[in-house]
Design a protein. Structure first.
Length: 597
């Protein structure tokens, strides 16, 4: 007996569609009576029914949009991401809600964006759709290429519509004016003033902004899009593969405390929910398949940040090129109660603020290699911060040596430094833009040791001059925190706000030197100053550091050895090595002078 096919779920019934058409006809007749009928291009009455319009007018099979109706294994499928995510996206736009989509790769979000462009144009008269991406090829080779594939079906219903390179005109005869159109807008990776102003120049009663590859769009452009959307029916659909919790896509959906942004519907698309994977056959040709997914899992590694981002659509805690990893902070938090990390002197790191309405100031308190706490507080002015530090440093029960107090002395920090100097406390100034501090990497030197002829332990590790590794002092300060966390040398409190500050900056190498992301860019990402992170890094940089030394038991001395001669030979060997190093430095200096000449 032939099995009867179930009717598609979710679509409006024929009676509902007929009712929609009759309502549209009534609107048209009413306009005719009032003399408002233009006899031109007229919108379709599917403003609240995007799925129905896409299926009926573009010929897209509903089972490629509403995945759950594919039956079979979907009946017992446990959704890894949101259920029927493509339908959720469409329905949120129909409800006049913004939508942020964090997606795995190859799950059809670009094809859906093309369908949405055409639906919005077809159903909203004199509307404007802006498709934006960081690069031109990301637009023209992705969403606009998909629009081109769908265009023949669309043009059957709108014969006068015109498709150009990165532009659709529903009324081409209106002297080239974009009164009812879709346009491509390349916003670039960076944001200059001109780009931000252009992004604010879009206005319409019915407007939809679609940002492709949203993590690569500068936050200033996203802010401009926010301000240009003034009418109630000005929507924003943000799409992309998440890079981190601080990228523009995730910040479009959640604030810095991971609370949902009001009015934004967050949708997550996982590859494990895709029909080709669940049904174990090609339901959507050209999208991700089981073999390719298996290869990606093997390449990324299960549980890694790329596995979560590119396969499950989950925002990782930090970017791929992040200076500090979230898991390092978690491990440091687990060491917080280990007493061996608290062996040592007290130290303070201070980030200054000068107004109670702005970002708070912060004081990081260290005991040995343990950051015991970081206090953020509203500062009346910079002098107030300086006075607090002096009082804490001179506490009779727990005094802090001024040599182990580090403070940001740039800008408003200079006022705090002057206040402390007037009160007789001279601390260590940290000017981020200054040249990196000279000296040797002591920890690296003592990473390898061996006993000399007298049985004393000597450092034999690589000799690295710190000033030659970094572009400025700020990069040196933050890199030291990175290495201490990576090598399990410090302990941190369970403070996710602090961890977020530490994990936001990225780094790169430029001209053979390490360059940490500027503070101004971090403020744009966090939408606040990383005061806790800065204070923690300053304190870590100035605290008393005891290098890790490998202990080697000296061999027992023999009575048949002339130790006087052995000591003399050892002393001569050290003098010879010092002389060789001096010559090497002279040759290196001469070579640099010749290159400059």
């Amino acid at each position: 007996m032939a099995r009867r096919r179930k009717a598609p779920q979710g679509l409006a019934s024929p009676a509902d569609l007929e009712r929609i058409r009759l309502q549209a006809q009534a609107v048209m007749l009413d306009k005719q009576r009032k003399g408002e009928w233009t006899h031109g291009v007229q919108p379709h009455p599917y403003q609240k029914h995007p799925v129905e319009w896409i299926v009926e007018y573009l010929g897209v099979p509903e089972h490629t949009i509403r995945w759950s109706i594919n039956g079979g294994l979907y009946e017992d499928h446990k959704w890894d991401g949101d259920k029927n995510p493509l339908v959720q996206i469409l329905e949120s736009l129909a409800r006049w809600e913004d939508c942020g989509v964090e997606s795995a790769t190859g799950t059809g979000k670009t094809y859906l964006a093309a369908c949405i462009v055409l639906w919005f144009l077809a159903c909203h008269q004199d509307s404007l759709v802006v498709t934006a991406a960081p690069k031109a090829d990301q637009l023209l080779l992705q969403v606009w290429m998909e629009i081109g594939k769908l265009w023949p079906r669309f043009q059957r219903h709108f014969p006068s519509a015109e498709l150009l390179n990165g532009k659709i005109r529903m009324k081409p005869d209106e002297d080239g004016k974009e009164t009812w159109a879709a346009i491509a807008f390349v916003c670039g990776v960076g944001a200059d003033e001109e780009a931000a102003q252009k992004a604010q120049g879009f206005h319409r009663e019915h407007m939809l902004i679609i940002t492709e590859e949203t993590p690569g769009i500068h936050p200033a452009i996203m802010t401009s899009f926010y301000h240009t959307r003034t009418d109630d029916h000005n929507l924003h659909l943000a799409l992309g593969n998440p890079d981190s919790r601080n990228d523009p896509l995730h910040r479009f959906c959640f604030d810095v405390n991971e609370e949902p942004i009001p009015g934004v519907n967050h949708v997550r698309i996982s590859a494990f929910d895709f029909p080709n994977i669940v049904c174990q056959r090609s339901v959507v040709p050209g999208a991700i398949g089981q073999k390719r997914l298996t290869q990606r899992i093997a390449n990324f590694g299960e549980g890694t940040r790329l596995y979560g981002s590119r396969i499950r659509g989950i925002s990782p805690a930090e970017a791929e090129d992040a200076l500090i990893r979230w898991e390092w902070c978690v491990a440091a938090g687990e060491r917080y109660n280990d007493p061996k990390y608290r062996e040592g002197t007290l130290a303070l790191g201070v980030d200054v603020a000068d107004t109670p309405q702005g970002d708070p100031a912060a004081i990081a308190r260290w005991q040995g290699a343990c950051l015991t706490d970081v206090e953020a507080f509203a500062a009346q002015d910079a002098s107030y911060v300086g006075e607090r530090v002096v009082l804490e440093a001179r506490d009779k029960n727990n005094p802090v040596d001024p040599r182990y107090i580090g403070i940001d002395s740039v800008g408003v920090g200079a006022s705090a430094v002057n206040t402390m100097r007037r009160m007789g406390l001279k601390v260590r100034h940290i000017s981020g833009g200054a040249r990196a501090a000279p000296g040797l990497d002591v920890d690296t030197m003592w990473s390898e040791t061996e006993p000399d002829l007298e049985g004393r332990i000597r450092a034999t590790g690589p000799t690295i001059v710190e000033a030659e590794r970094f572009n400025n002092l700020r990069s040196q300060v933050w890199w030291r925190m990175r290495e201490d966390l990576r090598l399990n040398k410090v302990a941190l409190p369970m403070d996710e706000g602090l961890w977020q500050d530490l994990c936001t900056p990225t780094y790169k190498t430029q001209g053979g030197k390490i360059v940490v992301q500027p503070k101004e860019e971090i403020i744009v990402l966090l939408k606040r100053s990383p005061n806790k992170g800065d204070a923690a890094c300053y304190g870590n940089f100035v605290r008393r550091r005891q290098p890790l030394r490998t202990r080697i038991e000296a061999e027992p001395k023999s009575k048949n050895v002339d130790y006087g001669l052995e000591r003399r030979l050892s002393r001569m060997e050290r003098i010879q090595q010092a002389e060789e190093k001096r010559h090497q430095r002279m040759f290196a200096r001469s070579a640099r002078m010749r290159r400059k000449a």
